[in-house]
Design a protein around this ligand. Structure first.
Ligand code: BG6
Length: 470
C-alpha cells in the first residue's frame, strides 16, 4: 500500500535564478565586469579579452529593468520563496576596493522591496559563478589567499545591509565545481590545462575557509540568518555489481561529498587527507583557517539534474555529454536534448544520502529540464505547451515527497530558471527551463516579451495544494 505524499506546512516552493544569467545591464549602475561578461560560449568556449556583442548575458533577459514585472509573475504562481544571486561586481565592481557601490546595493534593496510586497521569502546566493573579472585577472581568483578577505568584506557588506530582510543565504553556488570549471567557478584565469592539482586544491581550501568565515560573520552581524552551503549533487551508481565498480562509486562520491563534509562537520575528512597525501599535495592551512572552518552551516542546499554511473574498467570510461563532473552514462536512463540523463529516483536517493550523512535540513535549490520550446497560439493566446517539462518536474517532486515520507527534513524546492534565462554551460537562450517564456533567441533577436507556458498553471496548482495535486 502506498502512503499519500504530503509536504510539510510552510514548505518553501519557488524558483531560482542567477544574476549573470538574467539581469543583463552588465555595465550599468556602476557594475564592474565579471568573469561571465567574457564567457560568450559558456564553459566550453575560451574566454574573450573583452565583452563581445555575441555574449547573451550582457543583456540577459533584461531583468535588471523588468524585475518588478517578473516578480509579479512569480507571485501570481504563488511562490513562497525566490532564489536569486547578488552580482558581486555590482557591489564591489573590482572586488578589492574598500567601499561598496551604493547604486548596486540600492538595486537589491528595490528587488527585496518587490519580494516583500508579495510576501515572497528571499533566498540569496552570495556568489554564483560571477567573480569580478578584476579579481580573476589580478589575483588568479581563488588560488590567492587574499580572496578570502575580499569575499569576507563583500559578505559582511551584504549581511549588514540586508541581514534584517533576508533569512536564507547560500555562500557559493555549486562550490564543488571548482576543480572542473576553474574560471567560471573559481575566477581562476590561468587556463585549466596549465593548472596543477596543488593550486586547485589550495583554491578549494580558500573558498571553504571563506564560506565558513561568512557563516561566522553572519552569526555576529545578522543573528537570524540561516546559512547554507550549496553543492552540485550527482548520485552515482555502479556500472556493474563488481566490488571494483562499487569502490569507483565510493571514490567518485568522496570527491564530491568532501565539500559538504567540511561545511557540516568543520574539518577535512580522513579520506580526503589520504587523497592529498597520495597526490603529494600539502595544503597551506593556518590555525586561523582551522578555527574558521569550525563555523558550520545551518542547512545544506543543492542542485539536482541528473545521476551518473561509475566504473573501474578503463575501457568503459566514456564521458557523458554535458556532464562537467565526470562519471559515465547510465545505460538504463534516457537523456535530455543536451545529454543530461533524467533520473527522478536519483533525487530521492540523494536526499536520503545527504540527510543520513549530515543530519542538516536540506533545500533543493535547483532542478529542472532544459528544453527547446515552441511558442504557439492556443485560443488566441501565445504560450508553450510544455508537457515534457511538467512531466519532468512532476516526477521529481513525487520523489521529493517520497523522501519526506522517508523522514528527510526538506525545507523547500526552487526550480531552476523559473523564467527563461541564459544557460550557464552553453550560454544559449534556447536551453529553456522557465514557466515563463522570454522572447529572446540565440542570435540575440527578440522583443524580450514574457509569455506564460502551460507549466505556469501546473506549478501554480502544485503550490496552491502544497503538492497534493502531484
Ligand atoms: C547549475 C548552475 O549548474 O545548472 C546554474 O548553478 C545553471 O547556473 C544550471 O544554469 C543549469 O545549467 P545550464 O548549463 O543548463 O544553464
Amino acid at each position: 500500500m502506498s502512503t499519500q505524499i504530503t509536504f510539510p506546512d510552510g514548505f518553501l516552493w519557488g524558483g531560482a535564478t542567477a544574476a549573470n544569467q538574467l539581469e543583463g545591464a552588465y555595465d550599468q549602475g556602476g557594475k564592474g565586469l565579471s568573469v561571465q561578461d567574457v564567457m560568450p560560449r559558456g564553459i566550453v568556449g575560451p574566454r574573450t579579452a573583452e565583452p563581445t556583442p555575441d555574449n547573451l548575458k550582457l543583456v540577459g533577459i533584461d531583468h535588471y529593468h523588468r524585475y518588478a514585472e517578473d516578480i509579479a509573475l512569480f507571485a501570481e504562481m504563488g511562490f513562497k520563496t525566490y532564489r536569486f544571486s547578488i552580482a558581486w561586481s555590482r557591489i564591489f565592481p573590482l572586488g578589492d576596493e574598500e567601499a561598496p557601490n551604493e547604486e548596486g546595493l540600492a538595486f537589491y534593496d528595490r528587488l527585496l522591496d518587490e519580494l516583500e510586497k508579495h510576501g515572497i521569502e528571499p533566498l540569496v546566493t552570495i556568489s554564483h559563478y560571477e567573480t569580478p573579472l578584476h579579481l580573476a585577472e589580478t589575483y588568479d581568483g581563488w588560488t590567492d589567499r587574499r580572496m578570502i578577505g575580499f569575499y569576507e568584506r563583500y559578505a559582511r557588506t551584504l549581511f549588514e545591509r540586508f541581514g534584517s530582510r533576508v533569512t536564507y543565504w547560500l555562500t557559493f553556488n555549486e562550490i564543488n565545481s571548482l576543480l572542473h570549471a576553474p574560471f567560471m567557478s573559481g575566477g581562476i584565469n590561468t587556463p585549466k590545462d596549465e593548472l596543477d592539482e596543488q593550486t586547485l586544491y589550495q583554491a578549494m581550501h580558500h573558498e571553504l575557509v571563506a564560506s565558513a568565515r561568512a557563516t561566522r560573520i553572519a552569526r555576529e552581524v545578522a543573528p537570524n540568518a540561516q546559512i547554507g552551503c550549496m553543492v552540485l549533487s550527482m548520485p552515482v551508481y555502479p556500472l556493474s555489481p563488481s566490488p571494483a565498480d562499487a569502490l569507483a562509486v565510493m571514490d567518485f562520491d568522496h570527491s564530491n561529498l568532501v565539500y559538504g563534509d567540511v561545511h557540516t562537520r568543520g574539518a577535512y575528512p580522513g579520506y580526503f587527507l589520504r587523497t592529498l597525501r597520495e597526490k603529494g599535495i600539502e595544503l597551506e592551512i593556518t590555525d586561523q583557517d582551522r578555527e574558521d572552518l569550525a563555523h558550520t552551516v545551518d542547512f545544506v542546499s543543492f542542485s539536482y539534474y541528473m545521476s551518473v554511473a561509475a566504473t573501474a574498467d578503463p575501457a568503459k570510461k566514456v564521458s557523458g555529454e554535458g556532464n562537467i563532473m565526470g562519471g559515465v552514462p547510465n545505460p538504463t536512463l534516457e537523456a535530455s536534448e543536451w545529454g543530461w540523463q533524467i533520473d527522478p529516483v536519483g533525487l530521492r536517493i540523494v536526499l536520503n544520502q545527504f540527510w543520513d550523512r549530515w543530519q542538516k535540513p536540506l533545500f533543493i535549490v535547483e532542478n529542472g529540464l532544459g528544453a527547446k520550446d515552441q511558442l504557439v497560439e492556443v485560443d488566441g493566446v501565445k504560450t508553450v505547451v510544455d508537457d515534457y517539462r511538467i512531466a519532468y518536474l512532476n516526477d521529481h517532486l513525487v520523489q521529493v515527497g517520497e523522501a519526506v515520507l522517508d523522514g528527510v527534513d526538506v525545507l523547500g524546492y526552487t526550480t531552476w530558471g523559473c523564467i527563461d534565462l541564459v544557460s550557464a554551460s552553453t550560454a544559449q537562450l534556447s536551453k529553456r527551463y522557465g514557466f515563463i517564456y522570454v522572447d529572446r533567441n540565440d542570435d540575440g533577436s527578440g522583443t524580450l516579451e514574457r509569455f506564460k507556458k502551460k507549466s505556469f498553471d501546473w506549478y501554480t496548482e502544485v503550490i496552491r495544494t502544497n503538492g497534493a495535486s502531484l
